[in-house]
Ligand binder design. Structure first.
Ligand SMILES: Cc1cc2nc3c(=O)[nH]c(=O)nc-3n(C[C@H](O)[C@H](O)[C@H](O)COP(=O)(O)OP(=O)(O)OC[C@H]3O[C@@H](n4cnc5c(N)ncnc54)[C@H](O)[C@@H]3O)c2cc1C
Length: 324
C-alpha cells in the first residue's frame, strides 16, 4: 500500500480523500518573514485559515498539498497545528517555487547538494519539525526563464524523486501568452519576426512589452490562426456546419471551443423540438447564429478596416461584418 507523507505522519493513499494538489497556506518572497507589515500575527493567521480549512473539510476536502517551497515562508509547525485543529491532511513540500526565490546558500549549491537536501527533507525531516516532505516542488524563474539554477533544481528533484518515490509538482513555463499579429503570410507556419510581435504589443503594459523584447524566437511557437466573416447559411436540408467551420473566430474572447460545444447542445435540442431534420437544422441556425455573429465581431475588435483589408482583402472589421 502506498503512503503519502503528511505533516502529521504518513497516510495511506486511500485515506487522503479529495486532494487539493497545489495550494499555499501562506507565501512570501525570501525576507518577507521579517517584514511585520507583510506577515500576520499567529492569532490572525489562525483566525483566517482555520475556518477556511474547516469549510474545505466540510465540503469533502481531505488533503491539502502545500506547494510553498524552501525560502518562501514554508512553516511546517504551523501546518501541523492547522492539520490537528481541522482534520485536514496537509502535505508539505521540499524544493523551490523557482530558482529566483532561493537564497544565496541554495542558489550557489550544486546538483548533489540540492539532491541531498531534498532527500533529507523527504526521509529524515524538514528542519527540526519531525515532519517529512511529501512532494517536491520545482518551477522556473519569473518571466518564464529556465536559468542554470532552475536546471540544477530540476535535476536534483528528478534524482530525489527516483531515490524516494516522492512525486514532483511543477509549474509549467509559468508565463504563457499568445500574441495575435495580422500577417500577410497566409501559410500554416508564417514567418513572423520579433519586430512584428513588438509592433503588435506596442502600447501594452510595459511588462508585456519587456517579455516580448526578451523572447528567444527559437522557443516561440508561431502558427497561423484564421477567422472568417459570418457565413450567411450554415445548413442544407441534411448537412450542417458547427464549430469553427460555421463561425471560426479569433481567440481573444476564449469563445471558440465554448461555441462549438454550445452548437452541439443546440442541434440536439433543435432536432428534438422540430418536426423534421430540415426544420431542426434551420432552428439550430436561428438559435445560434445571432450569438456567434456577435462573438465573431467582438473577437475581431482591435483592428481597423484598413489593417484587415491589407491582410484579408474583402473582409470587414468587427462592426461592418455584422452590419452593426
Ligand atoms: C491559439 C488558440 C487559442 C484558443 N483559445 C481558446 C480558448 O481559450 N477558449 C475557447 O473556447 N476556444 C479557444 N480557441 C478556439 C478553439 O480551439 C476552437 O474554436 C475549437 O477547437 C473549434 O472546434 P471544432 O471542433 O469546430 O474544430 P477543430 O477543433 O479544429 O476540429 C476539427 C477537426 O477536424 C479534423 N479535420 C480537418 N479536416 C479533416 C478531414 N478532411 N478529414 C478528417 N478530419 C479532418 C481536424 O484535424 C480537427 O481535429 C483557441 C484557438 C487557438 C488557435
Amino acid at each position: 500500500m502506498s503512503r503519502v507523507n503528511t505533516v502529521l505522519g504518513p497516510v495511506p493513499a486511500e485515506e487522503l480523500g479529495f486532494v487539493a494538489i497545489h495550494e499555499h497556506i501562506g507565501y512570501g518572497m525570501p525576507g518577507s518573514e521579517l517584514d511585520t507589515r507583510w506577515w500576520k500575527s499567529p492569532e490572525q493567521r489562525y483566525e483566517e485559515t482555520v475556518p477556511k480549512l474547516r469549510r474545505f473539510h466540510q465540503l469533502g476536502g481531505g488533503t491539502f498539498v502545500d506547494a510553498t517551497g524552501i525560502c518562501n515562508g514554508r512553516d511546517v509547525d504551523h501546518y501541523k497545528s492547522l492539520s490537528a485543529k481541522t482534520g485536514v491532511h496537509i502535505v508539505a513540500c521540499t524544493g523551490f517555487v523557482g530558482g529566483d526565490t532561493a537564497l544565496p546558500h541554495f542558489a550557489r549549491a550544486d546538483v548533489d547538494y540540492l539532491t541531498r537536501q531534498f532527500v533529507h527533507e523527504i526521509t529524515v525531516g524538514i528542519g527540526d519539525t519531525g515532519s517529512l516532505a511529501g512532494v517536491i516542488k520545482v518551477g522556473v524563474s519569473r518571466g518564464g526563464r529556465m536559468t542554470d539554477l532552475d536546471k540544477r533544481i530540476y535535476r536534483a528533484a528528478a534524482r530525489a524523486a527516483l531515490a524516494t518515490g516522492v512525486p514532483i509538482l511543477r509549474h509549467r513555463g509559468q508565463v504563457s501568452f499568445d500574441i495575435t499579429a495580422l500577417c500577410p503570410d497566409g501559410t500554416w507556419t508564417p514567418q513572423v519576426t520579433k519586430e512584428d510581435l513588438l509592433r503588435t504589443v506596442e502600447g501594452f503594459d510595459e511588462r508585456l512589452v519587456d517579455i516580448t523584447r526578451g523572447l528567444d524566437m527559437d522557443t516561440v511557437n508561431i502558427r497561423a490562426v484564421y477567422d472568417i466573416d459570418p457565413v450567411g447559411t450554415w445548413h442544407s436540408d441534411s448537412v450542417v456546419l458547427v464549430g469553427d467551420a460555421a463561425h471560426s473566430m479569433l481567440h481573444h474572447q476564449g469563445q471558440g471551443a465554448n461555441s462549438a460545444i454550445e452548437d452541439a447542445g443546440a442541434i440536439a435540442d433543435a432536432l428534438r423540438e422540430a418536426g423534421s431534420v430540415k426544420e431542426g437544422l434551420a432552428l439550430y441556425q436561428a438559435t445560434r447564429k445571432p450569438v456567434t455573429d456577435k462573438l465573431q465581431a467582438i473577437s475581431r475588435q482591435g483592428w481597423t478596416e484598413d489593417e484587415i483589408n491589407d491582410v484579408f482583402p474583402g473582409q470587414k472589421p468587427a462592426a461592418a461584418a455584422t452590419g452593426e
